[in-house]
Design a protein around this ligand. Structure first.
Ligand SMILES: Cc1cc2nc3c(=O)[nH]c(=O)nc-3n(C[C@H](O)[C@H](O)[C@H](O)COP(=O)(O)OP(=O)(O)OC[C@H]3O[C@@H](n4cnc5c(N)ncnc54)[C@H](O)[C@@H]3O)c2cc1C
Length: 459
């Protein structure tokens, strides 16, 4: 059976007995140690179809790996056949329609490098090593969210291999129900072999990190909330609590100091940037100010070196509409208690352009939230696993009562059906019905799973 699959594939099939098995099964999060039965390194759409048919016919668990960056490790699974798309990285820009076609194995840094050549960008996330596939199917929050929306708001078309092995297009014209569900419903509906995204004009931005001492976190968070909820779309900035890495080029007197800060990305006219940032700099003199003009891919890859693959990650998340005095005090407490130097809290604005899409226009429900908040425990040492996990859990427990209910699906570990339902809110029933149409037997279930359920059964 395995030999038959191996000989039908154009790409490689990695088995537990192969010398490259341990490399092939590794994902970004060092906490994940899954042992799949086979890893199919697909090179074309026929390989993807072959794997889908094989898993269905042989009743095998099927996992899909785009960039392998998912913190919950949902790109791999024990005893599964993994469809590994990491060899499928074609990127084709169509300058006349201002679109880009990207295959499912591309990383953000690869997409950014290609689109930068033509002075354009797709809004994505803030680390270049993340996969575009999992990121865009779940949402896609980053430096351009306020200006151009989520990644999924820029998705125009997808080529999908469904559970029955057929290949379809999903767009506003073809299979619009599938197109709706793909934009936020994550990997539940099929294997997306390629995506077509809208391109937006972005070249040299004015951005980077601006840090203040952690003692100022309360004042700066209050100011930030007031600022970012009223700021023009062309100023994006996510708030963070962090520890300064003890390496150059960070100034030595700040090494290992806990700080708070904002990572800015201004996409307006460059000749106005200094003026725009004058009042920001006047709020409180930053302890570190690396905000200036830079090519957009420079900002997109700025933190890749600080967060290489292999660290242990545990995170918890929530959508938040408002920041009150009590929730700010909770952030202050846990910001002061960051458990390891790489642990952090990020508060990403999801307002601006992202908030002007209707909550039922795509599967992403929280269009009225101001922030996607994530408390992130990170460390290279397995001995610190409990320390980082407990800090993130305690922080979340304290803050959750002040949240909007659900969380950004891509910032969740495996947290159970109730959390998934809370995230999709009143879009969940429609997602379950679309799942029943396209994947009635739940072949695609290594994900934040939406259980197939026909609409009448839900009534
Ligand atoms: C360090 C770090 C930084 C991050 N930063 C950001 C950020 O700035 N912004 C943001 O929005 N998110 C961010 N994320 C979250 C990220 O969006 C998710 O982890 C996402 O799942 C990564 O996608 P991937 O393709 O790399 O993941 P994978 O682990 O390969 O897959 C994740 C899920 O997507 C599904 N999937 C993957 N490819 C396909 C496909 N082609 N077709 C169908 N389903 C597929 C898989 O089945 C799986 O369920 C970050 C994550 C980490 C760990």
């Amino acid at each position: 059976m395995t030999n038959k699959l191996k000989s039908s594939l154009h790409g490689n099939l990695v088995l537990p007995t192969d010398t490259d098995y341990d490399t092939a099964r590794k994902v970004y999060n060092g906490m994940i140690d899954k042992r799949p039965a086979m890893i199919a390194q697909c090179v074309d759409i026929d390989d993807v179809k072959t794997c889908v048919n094989f898993a269905r016919e042989n009743n095998m668990l099927l996992a899909i790996r785009g960039g392998g960056h998912n913190a919950a490790g949902l790109g791999v699974a024990d005893d599964a056949l993994v469809i590994d798309l990491s060899c499928m990285k074609e990127i084709k820009i169509d300058s006349s329609s201002k679109t880009v076609r990207v295959q499912g194995g591309c990383l953000l840094k690869e997409l950014d490098a290609a689109t930068h050549e033509v002075g354009m960008a797709v809004p994505t996330g803030i680390l270049g090593t993340t996969g575009i596939a999992g990121l865009a199917l779940g949402g896609g929050v980053g430096h351009l969210t306020r200006q151009y929306g989520l990644s999924l708001d820029n998705l125009l078309e997808a080529d999908v291999v469904l559970a029955d092995g057929s290949q379809v297009k999903a767009s506003s014209k073809e299979n619009p129900d599938l197109y709706w569900a793909l934009r936020g419903g994550s990997g539940n509906f099929g294997v997306v072999v390629s995506f077509v995204f809208k391109l937006n004009p972005v070249h040299t931005i004015y951005g980077g990190p601006m840090l203040w001492h952690i003692d100022d976190v309360k004042e700066m968070m209050q100011w930030y909330h007031d600022f970012i909820t009223k700021a023009p779309d062309n100023i994006n900035g996510f708030f963070a609590a962090l520890t300064v890495p003890p390496v150059a080029p960070f100034p030595e007197h700040l090494h290992l100091k806990k700080m708070c800060g904002v990572v800015w990305c201004y996409t307006g006219p460059l000749d106005k940037a200094t003026e725009v940032f004058k009042p920001i700099r006047a709020v409180k003199t930053p302890a570190l100010d690396w905000v200036g003009p830079m090519p957009f891919p420079g900002l997109q890859t700025m933190f890749d070196g600080i967060y290489p693959p292999g660290n242990l990650w545990y995170w918890k998340a929530d959508f938040v509409k408002d920041l009150n005095e009590i929730s700010i005090d909770i952030h202050v407490k846990y910001g002061l208690e960051l458990p390891t130097p790489l642990s952090t809290m990020h508060m990403y604005p999801v307002n601006g352009a992202a908030s002007r899409v209707g909550k039922n226009d795509t599967a992403w429900n929280y269009r009225d939230a101001n922030y996607a908040v994530v408390m992130v425990g990170v460390d290279p040492d397995p001995a610190n696993k409990d320390k980082i996990t407990n800090w993130a859990k305690d922080y979340w427990d304290a803050l959750h009562p002040y949240s909007a209910g659900g969380a950004y699906i891509n910032f969740m570990m495996e947290e159970g059906e109730d959390r998934i339902k809370a995230t999709y809110g009143d879009n969940y029933e429609k997602l379950a019905a679309i799942k029943a149409k396209y994947d009635p037997k739940n072949l695609f279930r290594v994900n934040q799973n939406i259980k197939p359920q026909m609409a009448e059964a839900l009534a």
